[in-house]
Design a protein around this ligand. Structure first.
Ligand SMILES: Nc1ncnc2c1ncn2[C@@H]1O[C@H](COP(=O)(O)OP(=O)(O)O)[C@@H](O)[C@H]1O
Ligand SMILES: O=P(O)(O)OC[C@H]1O[C@](O)(COP(=O)(O)O)[C@@H](O)[C@@H]1O
Ligand SMILES: [Mg+2]
Length: 521
């Protein structure tokens, strides 16, 4: 028998902490007159209410919005899952309404309980009848293994578990809402898409126009929007949610975090990351074989990682063949005592070959100084990077030539290969669970939220929490130290740099209710 509580207050001692305001990007001038007339006052346009509740012993719940927050009289219905034979044997299938997931698992006997998020999963009551749902899915930003698996599971889950019939795909990212046709999604059309890389819906950067997007959502009668994308996409999703709420329109907006770089904060890791790290091994193996087979051989592999070097870090730790790993978070210098070139020369002298892994965002300041380049951006406003792999190859070659030493350097650039493949088995399972948690939350009326894994449990996380900072490799924690000791490379940091880094992280962790997942690792 399925069981679960409904409408139980989380504790009886909650105090409402704050209704804080954040500023929305854009201004009233961006909003067409036709849309403005449907909105409340412009003052409402900048309101973002955080639902933060405080309990005993420093317990904080950072809750997600709900349709009932702005549409209080909505009818509810029993969850159709209660009649589903597959789930009838599950002891407690519905999630208790007072279940929450803690953000920080490492605790001391006197520490406060800290931030929690609402636990994800099916609820006893739903806010939509099956026939009423008209759902859409959109994928935005760069590719990532597993996108198709998430799409497939949203479609199949909504159809099988909730009897939803109307599902459409928005083609080509955010701009597709207002400039392209939609794609009908059925169990048949998505049947084997999880075996393919990329996204069957297409994706894009740029083109986010909140008003046009919400106009299109309303015009099409869509009342459930699933948005799969990275940090930029989640900011866009937050703006869509705000606008939908302002119009008093019954529509849930649910984000599913996608990032090959693993740069989204709060969540344990992003789907597709494991697949990318696994695929990167093939390039590192090739670099190792090439370097071992030549006199003074160097295999240099460039991996993705614009601002965060997680792929390079984990690919290095997994491989054990890497002698030097460079990431954006860890500054380095080339020349002189203790510099990169001196280290490379020493390592080659010692072992006769070496493997270097470099994240694409590493050393960008050095390259920019060297090449006096201009700062350029992509359509979404992301910095366009200079090719660190080519630059570093050139610098190493020049150094060895100056010293009249033999060098055989092979540069391998598998950047797009590691993200354009289908997801591996464990990422497939991860994608399936994320999608299911997203659709359960949407049916239960939760909105303005991203679904994510927090300390191994699925949770509903408010958009502002996901977008307020970026997940980065912490070069003062044990994981980076493990890498340094496995490659036996210097940190290229002086004592002053290390102290500054530690202080910055300390300040970040001390900040109330804003700690990222870095603090737990
Ligand atoms: N601050 C923002 N506000 C609204 N939309 C944004 C914002 N940043 C990015 N977007 C939109 O999100 C989409 C994807 O962003 P992008 O940065 O390219 O990829 P990702 O979401 O993977 O980080 C783009 O269509 C872009 O216009
Ligand atoms: O060439 P594109 O499609 O802009 O993608 C390159 C960038 O995409 C990334 O994979 C990150 O993409 P997202 O911001 O979409 O997660 C970076 O590692 C890389 O710099
Ligand atoms: Mg991004």
């Amino acid at each position: 028998m399925a069981s679960g509580n409904s409408n139980i207050p989380l504790t009886n001692s909650y105090t409402h902490l704050a209704d804080l305001k954040i500023t929305r990007s854009g201004s009233s001038a961006d909003i067409p007159r036709s849309a403005r007339s449907r909105l409340g006052s412009m003052d409402d346009l900048t309101k973002y209410e955080k639902k933060i509740y405080q309990g005993e012993a420093g317990y904080i719940l950072e809750d997600v919005p709900h349709l009932a927050d702005y549409l209080p009289d909505l009818p509810t219905y029993p969850n159709p899952l209660q009649d589903n034979s597959a789930y009838s044997v599950v002891k407690q299938y519905f999630v208790n309404t007072d279940d929450t997931v803690v953000q920080k698992v490492i605790q001391h006997k006197n520490s406060s309980r800290g931030t929690h998020f609402r636990r994800a999963g099916p609820r006893q009551k739903v806010y939509f009848e099956s026939d009423e749902v008209r759902a859409c899915i959109v994928t935005c930003g760069g590719l990532c293994p597993g996108l198709n698996t998430v799409i497939r599971e949203i479609v199949c889950g909504l159809q099988i578990m909730y009897g939803v019939k109307e599902l459409i795909g928005i083609h080509g990212g955010y701009a597709g809402f207002y400039s392209k046709n939609t794609v009908p999604l059925t169990r048949k059309t998505v049947d084997d898409i999880h075996k393919k890389g990329g996204t069957i819906l297409g994706t894009s950067r740029g083109g986010h126009d909140t008003i046009k997007i919400v106009d299109s959502i309303q015009d099409r009668g869509i009342n459930m929007v699933f948005i799969i994308g990275g940090d930029g996409t989640q900011k866009g999703a937050a703006a869509i949610y705000q606008e939908v709420k302002r119009r008093g329109y019954k529509c849930v907006v649910c984000g599913i975090p996608k990032t090959i770089d693993n740069d989204i904060c709060v969540i344990d890791k992003s789907f597709g990351f494991d697949t990318a790290v696994e695929e990167a091994q093939r390039a590192i193996n090739a670099a190792h074989v090439e370097s071992e087979s030549a006199e003074n051989g160097i295999g240099l592999v460039k991996l993705m990682g614009r601002y965060s070097g997680f792929i390079a870090q984990y690919a290095t730790l997994a491989s054990r063949d890497v002698d030097l790993c460079l990431i954006p978070e860890s500054p380095f210098y080339l020349d002189g005592q203790g510099g990169l070139l001196e280290f490379i020369e020493k390592r080659i002298k010692e072992f006769g070959h070496m493997v270097i892994v470099v994240a694409e965002g590493a050393g960008q300041d050095l390259i920019a100084q060297d090449m006096k380049s201009m700062d350029t951006k992509d359509a979404s406003g992301n910095k366009l990077l200079l090719d660190v792999g080519l630059w570093l190859s050139q610098k190493i070659k020049e150094h060895f030539a100056k010293k009249k030493k033999t060098l055989n350097l092979k540069y391998i650039d598998p950047t797009y290969m590691i993200r354009a493949i289908p997801s591996n088995a464990s990422d497939n399972v991860y994608c399936t669970l994320l999608a299911q948690c997203a659709l359960h939350g949407a049916m239960a009326g939760f909105t303005g939220m991203t679904v994510g894994l927090v300390n191994g449990r699925h949770a509903y996380i408010p958009f502002y929490k996901i977008t307020e900072s970026t997940n980065k490799v912490s070069i003062t924690d044990r994981m980076w130290a493990r890498l340094l000791s496995s490659t036996n490379q210097p940190s290229f940091m002086n004592k002053g740099n290390v102290e500054q880094e530690k202080n910055e992280e300390e300040e970040h962790l001390q900040a109330p209710v804003t700690a990222t997942n870095n603090g737990n690792k």
